[in-house]
Design a protein around this ligand. Structure first.
Ligand SMILES: [Zn+2]
Length: 414
């Protein structure tokens, strides 16, 4: 360690609990879905904390917030730390929030010490990481990295309603003026997050060094059968739901049979005419597939397409398979990962390398610039759940390792 900053795990914990009051649910979780009034209140709290530290706030056209602490060298690009304050409807206190507030605590410690860094440090709160209200997830970081279309996202309607992404930004006063591409002008990016899986807790390791993200792709199946009375006959039916059920199980089978860790799920199904007395004539199914490698994912999707063709022929229905949102296998930056790992070692914290099968803004950043992710454990691997929990010790471990790596990267002067 080359620094002795007054990092306070207790202050970080207090801020986590303060943020958890915004959108608190009766079961102890949080509902701060993107671009709702509660999300706006969470953002306002972050801005107030940033203002108290004298940080310069910038808001881009997608509502993403940056809080900048200047460095001594005007030629150096900022070292960025980021995550998200938005949650799913029945979310917990830590998913995303921990990464933002750990970054804030680093800013507080620097300020308290009167310390200066060579490079500026930038804290980012990405809009709509979760994708619970507006699809897709990680939407603003994807646009910021030049990987998705800004106008299309601004026009996006909420999943269960008519409000638009851009309309809600304007209503809440978070439609900023900066171009989202602004966030590409950084030296590198660090994101810390709860694991959302049981790996670290089971191994008694407080630190996860995230080596890469699995390739992921959303899929959508449209099955077209033929309407009919359920009491007519079992012969010559074209049952779109029965075909859909086979498709769902085919995906599960393909994932289980794929070497090297395949995953596939159908998570939403809608049926037409959705009437008890009718043989379903239409089924729409949404899901996703994942694999360690992009090639492995492509092979799984090809197998799922072949299964769809086979089921369609056997059952006399039409099946269209479409690919949606996703990302390739993404490797995080080895130099930054090494810095995180060394920091854990110097602090005597057990660290394990692991990939992330779950999406994070860091993945889109890692596709175009040096980025790294750090995990801390969460109890039982539970997340996207109001009972999601971590220990103060895990929170402290992640804060220390993140701070060490960020400070080393930015260069501490005093
Ligand atoms: Zn998250």
């Amino acid at each position: 360690m080359t620094h002795n900053l007054p990092l306070s795990a207790a202050r970080l914990w207090d801020s986590l609990m303060d943020m958890a009051k915004i959108g608190a649910t009766p079961k102890g979780g949080c509902n701060r879905q993107a671009l709702t009034d509660t999300d706006a209140a969470g953002r306002a709290q972050l801005l107030a904390w940033g203002k108290a530290l004298g940080l310069t706030a910038t808001i881009d056209r997608l509502g993403t917030i940056g809080l900048l602490r200047p460095g001594r060298d005007p030629m150096r690009k900022p070292v960025a730390i980021g995550s998200h304050l938005d949650t799913v409807p029945t979310g917990g206190k830590f998913d995303g929030v921990y990464g933002v507030l750990a970054g804030l605590e680093i800013m507080r410690a620097l300020q308290e010490a009167g310390a200066e860094t060579e490079a500026p440090i930038l804290l980012i709160n990405w809009t709509n990481e979760e994708g619970a209200r507006f699809f897709p997830p990680m939407a603003a970081s994807e646009v910021a990295m030049g990987l998705a279309d800004e106008a299309k996202l601004l026009a996006m309607r909420e999943i269960h309603g008519e409000a638009s992404f851009g309309g809600e930004l304007a209503r809440l006063g978070f439609a900023g003026e900066a171009a989202p591409a602004l966030w590409r002008d950084i030296a590198c990016y660090f994101e810390t997050h709860i694991e959302q899986g049981p790996f670290l807790e089971e191994r008694g390791a407080p630190i996860g060094i995230v080596t890469h993200a699995l390739a992921a792709r959303a899929v959508e199946f449209t099955v077209t059968g033929r309407d009919g009375h359920v009491g007519s006959t079992m012969e010559s039916r074209a049952d779109a739901l029965a075909a859909g059920a086979e498709l769902l199980l085919a995906g599960e089978r393909i994932a289980l049979d794929t070497a090297g860790g395949g995953m596939a799920s159908i998570t939403r199904i809608s049926v037409t005419p959705d009437a008890r007395g009718n043989i379903p004539s239409g089924t729409r199914m949404l899901g996703s597939a994942r694999h360690q490698t992009t090639a492995g994912l492509e092979a799984m999707l090809a197998a799922w397409q072949a299964a769809a063709d086979r089921i369609a022929a056997a059952r006399g229905v039409g099946i269209i398979m479409e690919r949606g949102w996703g990302y390739p296998e993404t490797r995080f930056d080895p130099v930054l990962l090494g810095r995180l790992e060394a920091a854990a070692g110097q602090r005597g914290l057990a660290a394990h390398r692991l990939p992330t099968p779950i999406g994070h803004d860091a993945i889109h950043l890692g596709r175009v610039l040096p980025a790294a992710m750090l995990f801390i454990p969460c109890h039982g691997g539970l997340s996207h759940n109001e009972a999601e929990s971590i220990t103060p010790e895990w929170a402290e471990a992640g804060l220390m390792v993140l701070a060490d790596a960020v400070i080393e990267t930015a260069g501490l002067i005093r």
